[in-house]
Design a protein around this ligand. Structure first.
Ligand code: 5RP
Length: 228
């Protein structure tokens, strides 16, 4: 389930502006996806120019991009604090609740983003909505797939196993698990749904991010719209 809609220029503006928030000595959470990638590249250029930072990648892909960009990397358990996390989103509502996981990385993203003193979402205008309505990615232990599908249906969800685009078979996350994209229609109460999903056995993590986002940088055709 990859999100499209915005232009690469819009994403670049958002990512590059958010990268300007990084200060010397910071530990920075490095998000996943095409918008966060612009931030990672910009941080890499700043490192070339002498900025002293360490990045905590949120996925295999963001780790690889950080390495190629020359950003020193560390894991969450090596640091006392994450100063700032910059990450993308699939949809973000007026209260700054978000749906993430289009890149299958939301479990590690949530750990890193939640650990940050400040979590900034970078997005293009197609991600902004009044209410959340996209299917919610749910990472599931493979042995629990059928049981979780039943539990999600009992919550009035309509789960679909995410399949790999370029090969036969399901998407497997960096953590070796499966993904269900669960359609709940318009999510009227993201906090309640988040709590309900977190209580289901077999769910490793879901893609509802409630009360975590501090600001959204939306790249437009001629600038960046900041919401906080
Ligand atoms: C990965 C994510 C991404 O941040 C989200 O899918 C947005 O990606 P993009 O910036 O490429 O549209 O949540 O799990």
């Amino acid at each position: 389930m990859k999100t499209t809609g915005g232009t690469d220029d819009q994403k670049r503006r958002a990512g590059e502006r958010a990268a300007e928030l990084v200060e010397d000595g910071d530990v920075v959470g490095l998000g996943t996806g095409s918008t966060a990638a612009h931030a990672i590249r910009a941080i890499g250029r700043a490192v070339d120019d002498g900025l002293d930072v360490r990045g905590v990648p949120t996925s295999f892909d963001s780790r690889a991009l950080a390495r190629r960009s020359g950003i020193p990397r560390c894991s969450l358990d090596e640091v006392d604090d994450v100063d700032l996390a910059i990450d993308g989103a699939d949809q973000i509502d007026a209260d700054l609740s978000a749906i993430k996981g289009g890149g299958a990385a939301h479990a590690r993203e949530k750990v890193v983003d939640a650990a940050a003193d400040r979590f900034v979402v970078v997005a293009d205008p197609s991600k902004v909505a009044e209410s959340l309505s996209r299917p919610v990615p749910v990472e599931v232990l493979p042995d629990a797939l059928a049981a979780v599908e039943r539990d999600l249906e009992a919550l009035d969800g309509d789960p679909t196993l995410r399949r790999a685009e370029r090969k036969d078979g399901p998407v497997v996350t960096d953590n070796g698990n499966l993904l269900l994209d669960c359609d709940f229609g318009v999510v009227d109460d993201p906090a309640s749904l988040s709590t309900a999903l977190s209580g289901l056995p077999g769910i490793v993590e879901h893609g509802l991010f409630v009360d975590l986002v501090d600001a959204v940088y939306v790249g437009t055709d001629d600038g960046v719209d900041v919401r906080e």
